[in-house]
Design a protein around this ligand. Structure first.
Ligand code: GDP
Ligand code: MG
Length: 163
């Protein structure tokens, strides 16, 4: 039996970059423009020999005509329903934003376990955002750089209990 991991977070935090990193191919479209990913959203991931299903929740961003809150709620509900553990990503370089807090509020009410991941932590620019993210109330953040492949051992350790 394998387990399923959903990647959740506001647009542009690096969800698709992490998804591609875990799946080992450029499956999801990575873009500077928020909300462009439309194609595939599920794949077989390998992280340092640990295998699991991974869901890039960006596909839930494309409902038109809905408020951002409604879309975020649907994204979160879907992810929680389909996964054993949720990775909530923030952009540590941008710091914690109101949208991050909104996601945090939704996820803290769910029974599904959540691992907070502070992405874009390469170099020093992510440090303030990393420390700020403790205030989301989702436990200790895992510092990561999906783009530079840093922090994968820490992510492995955080996911290990669910394997
Ligand atoms: P998504 O909207 O959450 O799926 O975010 P994307 O994966 O499309 O990435 C949004 C932008 O952030 C792209 O320009 C990525 O290249 C960039 N990005 C992703 N991961 C990192 C990272 O670890 N460090 C930095 N500096 N940029 C990143
Ligand atoms: Mg995306």
């Amino acid at each position: 039996m394998t387990f399923t991991v959903a990647i959740v977070g506001r647009p542009n935090v690096g969800k698709s970059t992490l998804f591609n990193r875990l799946v080992g191919r450029r499956v999801a479209i990575v873009h500077d423009m928020p909300g462009v990913t439309r194609d595939r959203r599920e794949g077989d991931a390998t992280l340092l020999g640990m295998d699991f299903r991974v869901i890039d929740t960006a596909g839930f961003e494309d409902a038109t005509g809905d408020s951002i809150e409604a879309r975020m709620r649907r994204q979160t509900d879907q992810a929680v329903a389909e996964s054993d553990v949720v990775l909530m990503l923030i952009d540590a370089r941008a710091g914690v934003t109101p949208l991050d807090r909104h996601f945090g509020d939704l996820l803290r009410r769910c029974k599904t376990p959540v691992i907070l991941v502070a992405n874009k932590c390469e170099g020093k620019a992510g440090a303030p955002g990393l420390y700020e993210s403790y205030a989301l109330g989702l436990g200790e953040p895992v510092p990561l750089s999906a783009e530079h492949n840093e922090g994968m051992a820490e992510l492995f350790d955080a996911l290990m209990p669910y394997a």
